[in-house]
Design a protein. Structure first.
Length: 98
C-alpha cells in the first residue's frame, strides 16, 4: 500500500485546492491571502463593478503579482495578447522558418 502525502488549502471551511508539496500549498494560500486583501482595495475605487468582478480582478492580480509588482515599479511593459488575426499572420511565418 502506498502512502500519499497531500496538502489541502481550506478557506472558510471550503477545500480550495490539494497539492503534493507544502511549498506549493503555501504559495497558493499566500496568493489567496493577497487576493482577499485586494478585494476591498478594488471596491474602494468605486468603479461600479460588482463583487464577482472585483473578486476575479483581485484573483488575477494576486495570481500575477510578480508581473504586477514590476509594472508598478516601471520595470517592464505588458505584452499585449495578440488578436486572432495577428496570431494567424504570425503562424505561417513560423512554418516558413521551419
Amino acid at each position: 500500500m502506498a502512502v500519499i502525502t497531500q496538502f489541502v488549502v481550506v478557506r472558510e471551511g471550503v477545500e480550495k485546492m490539494t497539492f503534493t508539496s507544502k511549498k506549493e500549498a503555501d504559495a497558493y494560500d499566500k496568493m489567496l491571502d493577497i487576493a482577499d486583501n485586494l478585494i476591498p482595495f478594488i471596491q474602494k475605487a468605486q468603479l461600479g463593478i460588482d463583487e464577482t468582478v472585483s473578486e476575479q480582478l483581485a484573483f488575477y492580480f494576486a495570481n500575477n503579482k510578480d508581473e504586477l509588482t514590476n509594472l508598478l515599479k516601471g520595470v517592464v511593459q505588458v505584452n499585449s495578447t495578440p488578436s486572432k488575426q495577428n496570431a494567424a499572420k504570425k503562424a505561417p511565418k513560423k512554418d516558413d522558418a521551419a
